[in-house]
Ligand binder design. Sequence first.
Ligand code: DGJ
Length: 756
Amino acid sequence: MSFTYDQTQKLFTIETKNSSYLMQVDKYRILHHIYYGRKIKSDGYENLIFFYDRSCAGNPDEVYPDRTISLNTIPQEFTTFGVGDFRVHSIEVTNPDGSFGADFRYAGYKSFEGAAELPGLPHAYDNGGEAETLIITLKDKVTPLTVDLVFVIYAEKDMITRHVVYRNEGKGTLKLGRAFSLCLDLPYGKWDLLHFHGKHAKERQPERRPLSHAIETLESGRGTSSHQENPFFILCDHAANEDYGEAYGFMLIYSGGFKAEIEVDQFDSTRVVMGIQDDLFSWNLEEGGEFHTPEVILSYSKDGLTRLSHNYHDFIHENVIRGRYKTERKPVLINNWEGTYFDFDDQKIVEIAEEAAKLGVEMMVLDDGWFGERNSDNAGLGDWFVNEKKLKGGLKPMIDRIKALGLKFGIWIEPEMVNEDSDLYRKHPDWAFAMPGRKPTRCRNQLVLDMGREDVRAYLYECLSNMLRENPIDYIKWDMNRSLSDLYSRVLPADRQGETAHRYVLGLYDLMDKLTSEFPDVLFEGCSGGGGRFDAGIMYYSPQIWLSDDTDAIQRLQIQYGSSFGYPVSTMGAHVSASPNHQTGRHCPIHTRAVVAMSGTFGYELDPRKLSENDKAMIRSQIETFKKYYDVIQRGDYYRLTEFGKTYYEAWQYAAKDASEALLNLVVTNPEPNQTPLNIRLKGLDPDAIYELEYDAREYLKSLDDLEINEFSVDSGKKEAAPKRYSGSMLMYGGFTFGWIAGDYPALQMHFVKVG
Ligand code: DGJ
């Protein structure tokens, strides 16, 4: 049992391996939040709660004349609305009589083995015998509004998911203006907020600051989880670092707009609320209706940020990602986008595939431009029929030629979008979002289809499922290149227009669900102008997501670093692209580009026909290296060894869960004159074991001598007669020291294997 209910004290205790979560029902049936944090025995929990009359705090009617009980000061498991709790709230509701009020009291609980289902929404799942669900029901004192607070406890994994089911159990329509997934009060402690903001081609940039007496809002109002803010953030104590300190993670499994509010109130208590973004949201809860919110994945670590990240990485691998590629190695691919953009025909694609096959690439992916009149990004979206002027005879003959080379084949789609210059738009202009009397906003010259409409989804399903049935396609890149605006659905009545954005997301999930279920062998990769929809919702359908449209390896270091706080590297689409890079113009060695891309799904995005013989030889060996270390990279524990941007290099590492091997990676981003010795301490090894340095890619490093540009003779790391064997304790506590490393972005990889 991962939770107990003490009938006498009316105390709920949830226990995971390293954390405890306590709630209590008081004599007025208010559900108090008592504690979430490091594992404790609950004896003496009363000490955490005390009441006294706090000025300007309202008191609910039933406590009269006691002025010590106030909804504005009690840490609560869920918020009320409009009845005297002035902190950030999880619900806004308009009742049938027009009043704005909700005041919940405990009504009971139930529990069962396994994970609660979430109809129509992606959610974490139980692999059998690992989860337990606790549902606590609260009822409004007056209206028929009932909320089920759903906790799914994955005790061994230190994960708790939470969502809410809002129900109308009576007459009249309740209009939800906000229907969040959780409220978490942390009455004690002072916290830093670590969140991941960004922009197109620079996603998930970590930013950390202490919370102050204010409301912090993290949100996307773009109808997608967005480049600008990720639906994952961390609260940690001020001293917390990778290995030390308390940290809480909050991750929403949702791909639409979201909002989190974090308030430090007048008594220094912190409240977190999180859910679907509510500026563009309302939901009519009809008689007997239910509204299910997306899930939030909560985790707590007493041992710093690395432990918290590992909790999320393992959970996403094991309890969010599904299907064949949950375990099977994914093919090393080449994508033609940066190699050709729209300028290709079948012959060119086959030539690229031929070159790539010789290098050891395993899959050819044909990106944007193969359908309709799609010769630029101004036309064709919506017409999911092959452009035979470009691909003579259709897709099949070209795919056959590619398959004859021993490659798999993948293709790009962007089903949610339409260009006005398309047959689809000419036939169904009403399928795209546009508000009555207003011309819709274009972005990349495209409009957004109303995915909440069944007819839209039926059309897309027919086109895409036929394509998959008629062609031997192994992979789909599902792109989505704009934010949602002009939200107005022609199939919803005026008083339901607030449902449009969420219905869009539900429609998207419905289509993804149909296609991924019907074609379980196809590998899906999510994408949204790079990483604009990089979230656990999409990961439920596609085990990898294109991380960013920025393929510059040095920029990618930071994007991968930021993304790694919540998401495993196996989910991060990463390619080696050409040098100079197309987004930054930077020159970067091909070895470095590969070391960085290997910390992701690994593939290439360039024209292999234009490569030098030296680069081709490098690529052959890179693919072998990646395949050799695939397991430790994709399934091992990931360690951030440097705090990004704090020194002249960046280092990160993988260690097998049984400490049998480790792969160290390092890139010098800003070489220094008179360099400070570079000493790296490895992590996750067995201190008592002996490790052998089995692979040492320092041969690609350069010293100033090699460059012949300096009067000084300096020794680079590569020239040291490195010993082959090291104790785990030496590598972890003494570290590994390198000589002076010079040049443009040199990178190294070293693989250690446990030998005794
Ligand atoms: C945006 C994606 O992120 C790119 O990789 C590429 O697929 C383009 N769209 C194609 O339009």
